[in-house]
Design a protein around this ligand. Structure first.
Ligand code: OFO
Length: 175
């Protein structure tokens, strides 16, 4: 049975993941509108992944005797200056998500809820992977600056990340 404060913190994490999903959706749409097709495809897919992260929490809470609540979605900004601005927004958002995951880890430790602690480890690993990935994409974009050809190449590179992910998933692993 989940303690009430753990249940509340997990419900807050549901809202965080839902916000991330809709943030990515908006960013994907901006890229789509600006013809960054590779980045758009990658971010549409990532939006779905964030929804999956949210659903994992729903099932964990309800399976553990709690009540998962459908969250209110905070509005994301809709105007971006550049592809660099898009990925900077993502990177900063992921850092915040990592902080909220770490707070959950801390709470589980304090409450000696080792079952939820075990569950939340998946998010710890996921956040590490995402921060590394998005920082590396952001670094590449900043390297080319405003150069149109460079940005075109970066967009194609981002598209290859989708293909790599699909191949890893088909092979039965996470990517
Ligand atoms: Fe940043 O991926 Fe969800 O947790």
């Amino acid at each position: 049975m989940l303690k009430k404060n753990i249940e509340a913190a997990l419900n807050e994490q549901i809202a965080t993941e839902a916000h991330a999903s809709f943030l990515y959706l908006g960013l994907a749409s901006w890229c789509d509108m600006k013809s960054f097709d590779g980045a758009a495809g990658f971010l549409y897919k990532h939006s779905e992944e964030e929804r999956m992260h949210m659903l994992k929490l729903f099932h964990y809470i309800n399976d553990s005797g709690g009540y998962a609540k459908s969250p209110e979605i905070k509005k994301s900004k809709t105007e971006y200056k550049s592809l660099a601005d898009v990925f900077k927004t993502i990177y900063e958002s992921e850092i915040k998500v990592t902080q909220s995951v770490m707070e959950l880890v801390d709470l589980c430790n304090r409450e000696k809820d080792f079952s939820t602690l075990n569950f939340i480890q998946w998010y710890v690993a996921e956040q590490h992977e995402e921060e590394v990935l998005f920082k590396s994409i952001l670094d590449k974009i900043e390297l080319v600056g405003d150069d149109g050809k460079g940005l075109f190449m970066i967009d194609q590179y981002i598209e290859t990340l989708n293909a790599k992910k699909a191949a890893a998933e088909a092979a039965g692993g996470e990517a």
